[in-house]
Design a protein. Sequence first.
Length: 481
Amino acid sequence: MNILIIILLPFLSALLILLAGKDYSQRIALISAAASVIAIGVMMALFDKDATTITSIDLPWIKSMGVHFHLGADGLSLLMILICNVVTLISMYVSLGDTFSQHRLYFALLLLMQTFMNGVFTAQDLFLYYIFWELALIPAYFLLLIWGKGKDVKPATIKFFLFTLLGSLFMLVAIVWLGNIGSIADFSLATIYGLEIGTQEQLFVYGAFMLAYGIKTPLFPFHSWLPDTYTLAPAPVTIMLSGVMSKMALYSIIRFVLPVVPDAVEQYGIYVVYLATIGVMYASVIALTQKDLKRMFAYVSIAHVGLIAAGILTYSVLGIQGSLIQMAAHAINTVGLFFIAQILFRLKGNFDINCFGGLRQYMPVFAGLYMVIMFGSIGVPLTNGFVGEFIIFTSLYRLDVFAALIAGSGIILGAVYMLTSYQKIMLGPDTDTTLTDITNSDKTLLYCIACIVIITGLYPSWITSLCDVSVQNIIHPYLQK
């Protein structure tokens, strides 16, 4: 099966939605998202884990610049595409529970966002990768601007757009420089990987790329756009931003930074590791003070992606494998948490933790499923969040004990604020005796998420097995130095 289908399916579905009547937009979007998950499932089933890439397309695009429309996927790409398409399907499903104006435009933009993020994960040409990277920002901007809720939506949207665009411009300069080092312009990854770059030049490329990725992830201190954006965006959009868009930068660090500028990572990576671990602590402390549940979950996301980035920049097979497991765990856990926040919002019309209490006796199924997802988020053993965190901490400890202690302290605080908020919402004093348990459609989705939390916790090796060859190919040249 050609990887091009992952791009064409959601893109053509978006065009179809714009042409079809509004009564069909939800149905087309949901079918398209489900078909994309099936397609990536088939690709993974047929994928030879010892192979470099699966079937790809490579056509000249801008000949004068040496740019090709070149798509392909290895195990690492397949994992990220799986995350993207599963999260998109969940986002579409969550959208069915709410009423949105301009239905056709809304679902078309979600599918276009999926298309461009899939492009980021499959691009084998660095300039093409940048095009997809920037295009993914456009539907996200309009989804937040048009359907965001709250008086501060416009300022938050502009801040989100300007932050990410500014970082991307620095990355563009580095990409253009990399593609024109040789006598002939060439942006193919095979060529970029083979470049001999001096230490000073590596530092320039490293700084430009990490600025873009530090903003997009985001890492401390470039995180200020995230809490407002996640809080004000509608739940399905927040799910896409937290579940997938943050992974674009983490994936890109593995794919482009580590193999292209290894000397810079070796010399200066520890400073970013410290920033990432300090971000874990900072976000956890701020989360402790939050009364808005959705905003608290936004800081939870900052803490988790900071830990993942720190694991990646240990520049070890162990750290990268742990980070990949944690990326998959973070995607499903944060999706579950934001969906839980949306369910609670439907009950009271706000996200104030203090407005809830005693829900467990009226909503026992919801309470149980919430607890499972929460346990995954704080890394309780036998859940998906445990294995990745344990591996990352091991890798951090081997690199720098102090960094491991900072990150570990933040994770402990994470357990405190997550358990405290759960206690207030589910076990606190009764605030409403007229409640009934969640609907069957909500139960279905939460059951699916909870099952993934448990299954991945019990069997995380499917991720390491899928990505092992990709990780070895990235790390191997560094180990041979």
